[in-house]
Design a protein around this ligand. Structure first.
Ligand SMILES: [Mn+2]
Length: 316
């Protein structure tokens, strides 16, 4: 089944060029792929990097794994009673890792490319939303930093099994285990961090979360916190797929038992729909770890719901 988005040419105000990305193997859900950033549009970009992964790799193929299964799942979401094809969205392809064998150089190359595309672009004025697909969690650094710079009152929602607050890990300053810590380096006085799903970390990470009250410890507390965010306050979601229980989504590098299910995610999406979600990333899908392919399908549906919500913001 090949899907085509009938609305793919409706939002045509070009605001930036993204000419240097590698072309995607397949576009996501029939999105337009002409390496152009459009005003009032949601843009997918792949950052398939797994260099600092400590346990099991394979997230390098996450973006293309998602694109591959997107052809075979419905564009209509019964949870939101909305169709992905109600609005235009774009697939900018995959950032290039460059030609170096050094993993830090690869990460830097692709991060620089992300910066190059979006650096001079005012996301807010042009109503441009970016959904970055990983890759391991370290890839979120460039998009989160960009969003923190653009939105001085941004709420960073962090869904993950891991606290990711280490000050570097296994010698990597920008490790997948440090991504939230590195994001905090760019926090201003009105930024806010809300973490949920965390069930693994060091004593120091837990001390930090408890002291700064960043972590929500029950689903109800978490959903209440999201509901309490002012409707127009910008929200960025960074979603590590190991947030979900490995029984549902085993295809991830660092699985932790005791995770969330799809229904709790739907509850969050219904809440976020009434809020001002401005960008997101979905990371840590490793297609090769789950040969059944179920994890890819699960993750593609996670991305579909997010895309629908981001798209609706463009339609306002
Ligand atoms: Mn994690």
């Amino acid at each position: 089944m090949s899907q085509q988005n009938p609305n793919q040419h409706t939002a045509q105000t070009k605001v930036a060029e993204a000419i240097k990305t590698d072309a995607p193997v397949r576009e996501f859900f029939g999105a337009t792929t002409d390496n152009t950033v459009y005003a009032n549009g949601t843009h997918i970009i792949g950052f398939g990097f797994d260099g600092t992964a400590c346990f099991r790799k394979g997230t390098r193929n996450g973006p293309d794994g998602l694109r591959a299964v997107s052809e075979d799942i419905e564009s209509y979401s019964p949870y939101l009673d909305a169709d992905l094809f109600d609005h235009a969205f774009y697939d900018l392809g995959n950032l290039s890792l460059g030609s170096s064998d050094d993993v830090e150089a690869q990460w830097q190359h692709a991060s620089d490319q992300f910066d190059e595309i979006f650096q001079s672009l005012d996301l807010q004025a042009n109503n441009v939303r970016v959904l970055t697909l990983g890759g391991e969690h370290s890839i979120s650094y460039a998009p989160i930093r960009k969003y923190l710079q653009q939105y001085p009152d941004l709420v960073l929602l962090h869904l993950d099994a891991h606290a990711d607050l280490r000050d570097g890990f296994l010698g990597y300053h920008y490790s997948h285990a440090s991504i939230i810590r590195r994001s905090l380096d760019h926090f201003g006085p009105s930024h806010e961090l809300i973490q949920y799903g965390i069930r693994s970390g060091t004593r120091e990470e837990y001390q930090y979360m408890n002291e700064h009250r960043t972590v929500r410890k029950s689903r109800k507390d978490f959903l209440d916190s999201v509901a309490a965010i002012a409707d127009d306050r910008p929200i960025y979601l960074t979603l590590d797929l190991d947030y979900f229980d490995p029984a549902f989504l085993p295809g991830t590098g660092t699985p932790e038992p005791g995770g969330e299910d799809f229904h709790s995610y739907v509850s969050l999406m219904k809440l976020l729909r009434g809020k001002n979600l401005v960008g997101a990333d979905v990371v840590e899908l490793s297609p090769e770890i789950d040969p059944t392919g179920n994890s890819d399908v699960f993750a593609a549906k996670i991305v579909r719901e997010l895309l629908i919500i981001l798209n609706e913001k463009g339609a306002r």
